[in-house]
Design a protein around this ligand. Sequence first.
Ligand code: PHE
Length: 345
Amino acid sequence: MAQEIFDKVNSILADIQAASPSSAEDIEQFRIKYLGAKNILKPLFGEIRNIPNERKKEFGQLVNTVKQTAEDKLQALNNQVAQENETAEANALDMTAPGEPLNMGSRHPVSIIMNRIIETFSRIGFTVAEDREIEDDWHNFTALNTPADHPARDMQDTYYLLNDTERLLRTHTSSVQVRTMENQKPPIRSIFPGRVYRNETISARAHCQFHQVEGLYIDENVSFADLKQTIEYFAKEIFGHKTKIRLRPSFFPFTEPSAEVDISCFICGGEGCNVCKYTSWVEIGGCGMVDPNVLENCGIDSQKYTGFAFGMGVERIAMLKYRINDIRLLFENDIRFLNQFQSAL
Ligand code: PHE
């Protein structure tokens, strides 16, 4: 009787050792059969009372061996499956497949044009100066011959700091011209790129923020002819060598005489088109001889020195060159738009 039970347990042990479940389902069946809540070994424990006392210990050990063998086998099977899954995953990874392409950025059209303008002027000896965007009243207006009650301030209304009428967002980079004149002795030959602000209603043609490049040349005997020559050089470099310029008399408080800078329409070549509105000319900026009052305000002897200044809007030039018909596109950061401008500069 006892031997029969021993034989039964031994045959279970042999079954466990011989079992080789391979699918996840078969392994689960194996677990349920030998280690589950209603496993095949359970009833054997009940048989212990039919075992003579001197073999009870031997029986207990045998049953434990069977249980341990089943546990070890299950562990080994699970490890094997995990390893197989890992290998399958690794095999699924195709190391020869081409990689994900890197997204190459492109320069913003305003940066492209700004860099071209800077590069063009540096070739004829202009250095670059930059300064703050939050300016005081003096550097943005008063030093530039535009005192508090001057009507020209209306054309450049801007944003003031809360509870501080002295500080404002600069309306032009002429403020940097003032700072440069205050801090350096002539000769001065610099350009002033930067972001500026105006209280404008945003539309296809105007924005409350934009970029300028202004320029200043002060020395003895600087004349209007030098100004004209410089503008002409710039226009030909940026818009092509057939470009002509036209200086149209105008008014700025800080220059006298003053002029608007027009270039011959580089799109229709003067034939007339909707970019030049059939006038053959397009306006790109303003210029003039620095008003002696401005020189004196900045501590420069206006008897000894003269100078010219000019300023232009970078968005305006970018829009003309790339035929962009809405300034807002330049500030929306839509990469479908921005990706279209590729440049080495
Ligand atoms: N500061 C002027 C503006 O922003 C441009 C300008 C600069 C005109 C220098 C003349 C001379 O409108």
